[in-house]
Structure formats: structure tokens, C-alpha cells
Design a binder for this molecule. Structure first.
Ligand code: AMP
Length: 222
């Protein structure tokens, strides 16, 4: 099963995709994680993209397409994948269409004020990339990853001014992409943000259960 998960930064794409992947038996492929790894490694590619990534600007299409083509041709993608953060432009979507057919698009709709609240409290593990939230998904020990004991930090691009820029970019880019998938007959499953009874976020597990149910309802490959 080949899925693309869409949603503004902070909509929970990474959190949901990482939990959905083992349930579907496919890898979760986060373009942001792959690009950040390149930057961290200090490779030539990493050096050439580092200013884009830390300023929340899109890395040029040719570079991202090359990186993703390489990743998607690996063995673990034979049974499918969940793409998180790719494609982000029409050019990337057209490139992807040339070598892979997408079965479903999961489209997360979340209001701006919820995004700002979430991202300013998001923490990421420096070692394994696990995602936490100071308010909704705190680690058991402050500043320490539950899974691997790594140090938790706030990403440079989760700072408010960069978040605003990322939301602006997302809005400009998402509409034509959704239109592209609609036009080419790919099933789009929309999810609308709903707070729990106390006005907070529902648990990631609850959202993932809803996504699995919707996929089953769409008679896909279970
Ligand atoms: P993310 O973790 O998805 O929020 O991505 C973090 C950063 O990586 C973005 O702000 C961009 O600089 C870069 N990036 C991630 N995915 C893409 C993509 N598909 N195309 C271009 N740049 C990307």
C-alpha cells in the first residue's frame, strides 16, 4: 500500500505516520528526517541544503527528487510506504507519478492556532527522531527520550517566526497538489481536527485507529 500523508507542519503527520507504518507493515518515510540526517552527516549534499532546512525553505525539487528516488527504490519499499513530507510541489508529485502509483492520500486539516500551540511545545529526540510534546505527549523523564534515552531538543524550524513561514509555504503548495491527486483519481481521505472534551488534542493512537478504520472502509489492502 502506497500512502501519502498531507497536512500542515504540526498537524501530526510524523506522529501518526510512525504509528501507522507498523500496523500496515510498510516503512514510514519522512523527507524532513532524511534531509536533516544529510545535514547532520556533513556530506556535500548536506552542506548544500542546510540553510534551506534550518530556515524552513523548500529544498530545490531536483535535489529532493533525487534523494527520494534513491530511498523509494530500496528493498523495504517493495510492499509500499507512507510518505510524510513528499511530494510538496507539483513538480515533485509529477516526478513521483513517473515511478510509483499512489493508492491513497490522507489529508489532515488542522487550524493554524492549534499548529502554533503544538509546535512551540514540540520536542524531538536527537538520537532516534521520536517526537514528543511538552503538553500532549510528554516524555516520562523531562528532556530524555523514552525509547532510546537520547536528548530531546526543539528544532530550529519550530521557532514561531519559522513556523509562520512554513504554514505560508504549505498553504501555497498544498492546494495544487490535492487538486493534482483529485484530478488523477487518487482517493483522498480527509480528517478534520476535533479536540477532546477538555479542548485538548485526542491521543495519537485514537487518530491512528480512525485512519486505519477509514482505510479499511475504503476497501484497501488489509
Ligand atoms: P519537515 O520535517 O517535513 O517539516 O521538513 C523540514 C524541512 O525539510 C522543510 O522545512 C524543508 O526545508 C525540507 N523539506 C522536507 N521535505 C521537503 C520536500 N518535499 N521538498 C523540499 N524541501 C523539503
Amino acid at each position: 500500500m502506497r500512502l501519502v500523508i498531507f497536512g500542515p507542519p504540526g498537524s501530526g503527520k510524523g506522529t501518526y505516520a510512525s504509528r501507522l507504518a507498523p500496523r500496515l507493515g510498510v516503512p514510514h518515510i519522512s523527507t524532513g528526517d532524511i534531509l536533516r540526517e544529510e545535514v547532520k552527516s556533513g556530506s556535500e549534499l548536506g552542506r548544500s541544503i542546510s540553510s534551506y532546512v534550518s530556515n524552513g525553505k523548500l529544498v530545490p525539487d531536483e535535489v529532493v527528487n533525487r534523494v527520494m528516488e534513491k530511498r523509494l527504490s530500496q528493498e523495504d519499499c517493495k510492499r509500499g510506504f507512507i510518505l510524510d513530507g513528499y511530494p510538496r510541489t507539483l513538480q515533485q508529485a509529477l516526478f513521483l507519478d513517473r515511478f510509483s502509483k499512489i493508492d491513497f492520500v490522507i489529508n489532515l486539516n488542522v487550524p493554524d492556532e492549534v499548529i502554533v500551540r503544538r509546535l512551540s511545545s514540540r520536542l524531538v529526540c536527537r538520537r532516534c527522531g521520536a517526537i514528543y510534546n511538552r503538553i500532549t505527549l510528554p516524555p516520562r523523564v523531562e528532556g530524555v527520550c523514552d525509547k532510546c534515552g537520547g536528548e530531546l531538543y526543539q528544532r530550529d524550524d519550530d521557532k514561531p517566526e519559522v513556523v509562520r513561514e512554513r504554514i505560508r509555504i504549505y498553504k501555497n503548495e498544498a492546494a495544487p497538489l490535492l487538486e493534482h491527486y483529485r484530478r488523477t483519481g487518487v482517493a483522498i481521505i480527509d480528517f478534520f481536527y476535533e479536540p477532546d472534551e477538555s479542548g485538548g488534542d485526542v491521543s495519537p493512537e485514537t487518530v491512528v485507529d480512525r485512519i486505519v478504520k477509514a482505510l479499511k472502509g475504503s476497501s484497501c489492502c488489509f
